[in-house]
Ligand binder design. Structure first.
Ligand code: ADP
Ligand code: CDP
Length: 215
């Protein structure tokens, strides 16, 4: 199989920006697996599925057709043919996604979809469990981190009307849910290289990733 770069880490560590930058520089495709969990969550909310009931989520998670476009210059995400790039970023989805992502049947389905896409050729893949579960044989495994303050500052700069404090609180809640769930929790994969981006610029992080990949 092709060149796979696994980019894991918590929210606001820089995964999306760094992955897209690295994919562009290397001429690789790009996959945002978080967008797939968000798309599943958006669909569940649309359907009125009780998200606090894992059995209800498990029973329905095979239904939506989730399709990811992998161009780093314009990644796309569709559910049953509907472009959901914008609605999956809404606070309602962000607040519910960790509960949906904790359901083993959801993970099994989305991991299978992700492996199909990755198997088609060279790609940079961002998520929480890429180097540990989805593609442990990746040529390069990178785990991005940054201080909770830096991560919250970055995210609040993107979201109109949000304070750093509120972002930090929401992120801390999601970090706890993502790193304590029973199935494939967020953690650093064996063989992953940790990159703390707190005091680095985006260009510096991308340059470091490129160095690690060609090494
Ligand atoms: P993630 O995918 O891990 O949630 P993003 O790539 O969405 O993180 O980054 C969140 C925001 O922080 C983006 O607006 C991005 O431009 C900015 N950012 C990312 N990395 C850095 C960095 N090293 N220095 C400054 N800003 C950054
Ligand atoms: O962009 P941000 O870091 O805020 O989140 P995301 O990457 O879009 O991921 C949203 C959520 O999906 C995470 O909080 C996890 O609950 C889940 N997720 C996961 O469980 N496994 C992945 N590989 C990617 C995301």
């Amino acid at each position: 199989t092709g060149l796979v770069v696994a980019m894991d880490g918590p929210s606001g560590s820089g995964k999306s920006s760094v992955s897209r930058g690295a994919a562009r520089a290397l001429g690789l495709r790009y996959l945002d697996t978080g967008a797939m969990y968000r798309a599943m969550t958006w669909w569940m909310l649309q359907q009125g599925v009780e998200l606090t009931d894992p059995a209800a989520v498990a029973a329905r998670c095979g239904e939506p057709a989730i399709v990811s476009g992998t161009d780093p210059d314009g990644p796309t995400i569709h559910v049953d043919g509907v472009d959901v790039a914008e609605p999956i970023r809404q606070a309602e989805v962000t607040g519910a996604v960790s509960a949906v992502a904790a359901v083993p049947e959801v993970r099994a389905r989305l991991v299978a979809l992700q492996r199909e896409i990755i198997g088609a050729g060279d790609i940079v893949v961002e998520g929480r469990d890429i180097g540990s579960v989805v593609w442990p044989q990746a040529a390069a495994k990178i785990y991005l981190t940054a201080s909770p303050e830096a991560r919250a500052r970055r995210r609040s700069a993107e979201v109109a009307g949000s304070t750093v404090e509120a972002q930090q609180e929401a992120m801390a809640r999601r970090d706890t849910l993502d790193s304590t769930r029973k199935t494939d929790p967020l953690s650093m994969a064996a063989g992953a290289i940790e990159l703390d981006t707190t005091t680095l610029t985006l260009d510096e992080v991308v340059a470091e990733v490129l160095r690690l990949v060609v090494e």
